[in-house]
Design a protein around this ligand. Structure first.
Ligand code: KG4
Ligand code: ZN
Length: 361
């Protein structure tokens, strides 16, 4: 089956066409991503209203390009999938409404995909990873350890109680006057810095649950920077290296606990799967490799362009749901908040008849 996927929950306008073969394997026919990073850079972060307007302006062209590269017509598609949340509501409305229009005109099933579910299932598109696996999702908006047991079967083992890891990288970059998005800049500075110079905390380390907390680390970094102000280029490199080391230590500690909780409840995972922009960080990747080895499993990290937001992951999640007969009606609402734990594989109840049926006399 062939599915179009549309992603507009944050600052990427993206569309893709993906094939799901009968044996459950996937193939990407096109994957077009337009980043709005230049529109938001001057503000040091994503401005929701600017994002929504940019999606409106560009989405039609991005979809047309994805269809052309895949050499498909709308009538040849088996499903139209859009991220229906969680995310910035203006953008979500743009993507979901566009998908509904295409589905309605072509009489094709609509699949309203949860953006986090799409990240969670990407490893099945790229590596055919079988269930159950342990997912570490770390992006600008989310930080979670999730037991992925099946399509629509997700158990959250841990999550952040305050900032997401990517957000902490972005805020650190902003504080130190580096560009946006901050993760890649902080990583670049950190490569030639001293990770031991500043004694930063490792929040939550040793806690029996698998939750994260990042805001204390960010505050500690700010206080260290204020103590030595004005800061030199070398100070920036050392601050970035010390921050990244602290984050990596926290990830290792929390994932050790997370994989242990997984094993206690669900047995051995088939893999440790990483998703989200933070998985692009080389130090983070090395740590994940070590944790997977210690947990007696393998690490699966989809290629960078499929770790960050994209349309292929939405199309694939749509295809996985469509294969199970899980489609959505045209009155499906967009969601700003939509926890993964609320996603199920239950078919929606049949709508009530508009008029009660008259019983025969
Ligand atoms: O998954 P993603 O593209 O978008 C969502 O937030 O959904 O993730 C973007 C986040 C940003 O916070 C960015 O700073 C972070 O991932 N990131 C990184 C790196 N590349 C991207 N963080 C650390 N090191 C990196 N190399
Ligand atoms: Zn994302």
């Amino acid at each position: 089956m062939f599915v179009l996927g549309i992603e507009t929950t944050c600052d990427e306008t993206a569309a893709a066409v993906v094939e799901r073969q009968d044996n459950g394997r996937g193939r990407i026919l096109s994957n077009v991503v337009l980043s709005q990073v230049n529109e938001h850079a001057a503000f040091g972060g994503v401005v929701p209203e600017i994002a929504a307007r940019a999606h409106v302006e560009m989405l039609d062209f991005i979809i047309a390009q994805a269809m052309a590269e895949a050499r498909k017509k709308f009538t040849e598609l088996d499903g139209i999938a859009a991220a229906a949340g969680p995310g910035l509501i203006g953008g979500v409305i743009v993507g979901l409404t566009t998908a509904k229009a295409i589905a309605l005109v072509n009489e094709t099933p609509l699949i309203a995909v949860n953006h986090l579910e799409a990240h969670a299932l990407t490893a099945r598109l790229t590596d055919g990873t079988p269930f159950p696996y342990c997912l570490f999702l770390a992006s600008g908006g989310h930080t979670q350890i999730v037991a992925v047991l099946g399509v629509g079967e997700y158990v959250r083992l841990g999550s952040t109680v305050d900032d997401a890891i990517g957000e902490a990288f972005d805020k650190t970059a902003k504080l130190l006057g580096l560009g946006y998005p901050g993760g890649p800049q902080v990583e670049k500075e950190a490569t030639s810095g001293d990770p031991q110079r500043f004694a930063l905390p490792r929040p939550m380390a040793g806690k029996p649950n698998a939750d994260f907390s990042l805001s204390g680390l960010k505050t500690a970094l700010r206080l260290e920077a204020e103590k030595i102000a004005p800061i030199s280029d070398e100070d920036v490199r050392d601050l970035c290296a010390s921050f990244q080391q602290a984050v990596v230590d926290v990830i290792a500690d929390r994932l050790r606990t997370g994989t242990r909780l997984f094993r206690e409840r669900f047995g051995k995972p088939t893999a440790l799967v990483a998703a989200g922009g933070v998985a692009a960080n080389q130090s983070v990747r090395k740590t994940l490799q070590r944790i997977a080895f210690e947990a007696g499993t393998t690490l699966v990290v989809p290629p960078g362009e499929l770790c960050t937001d994209n349309g292929a992951m939405i199309a694939w999640a749509g295809a996985e749901r469509l294969a199970l007969g899980l489609t959505d009606t045209l009155d499906t609402p967009p969601h700003a908040r939509w926890p993964l734990s609320d996603v199920t594989a239950r078919k929606p109840a049949a709508p009530e008849p508009a008029w009660p049926e008259r019983s025969e006399p």
